[in-house]
Design a protein around this ligand. Sequence first.
Ligand code: GRF
Length: 209
Amino acid sequence: MQAEETINIAVLASGSGTNLEAIAQAIDDGEVPARIALVLSDNPDAFALERAQRRGIDTALVRLGDFPDRPSYDRAIAETLLEAGIDLVVLAGYMKLVGPEFVEAFRGRIMNIHPALLPSFPGEHGVRDALDHGVKVTGVTVHFVDEGLDTGPIIVQEAVPVEEGDDEETLHNRIHLAEYRAYPRAITLFAEGRLVIDGRKVRVLPELD
Ligand code: GRF
């Protein structure tokens, strides 16, 4: 490992938070040199907030409706994360496109996970769209976030086969299992200082003995 330091991450989640749980578990198991300093949500009913509280992780609720416009909402999130000393922002089922001000404040330090093999099937319904298209293999993509929708440089991908008789739920369940491996892996590579963004590409530096 190149950097022995433990990085501070914030997980942004709008829903159930099973990826949050998997990341927290991987950290507890000593697999990821990171600490979840904050879980932030835009949704007061997000089960992710409860998962965080059960684990004693600080939480923040930042609701779009409490701000006059989108840029001030994004600024408030960026300020909250900067004040918390966050090194890496991890989007895990965060249902808002992050605004340009937020991307700029954390450029190269925001990751997202998408339940398809990008650039195929971006957007909100990646699992359903892949299924409807009839692909035989789909998967998971962890990528850095830029101003576009699921367009940033790709860090980790894992393929997931589509099985005969799959519906959206059964396929998404199988994709989730791949997500629980891919996200801890991507966060670890970042924490070890092994990810270099080179235009559209992310180079992964070898592990040092
Ligand atoms: C995941 O499938 C992720 O790829 C997508 O939203 C889902 C979040 O699931 N962006 P969870 O809240 O982590 O269970």
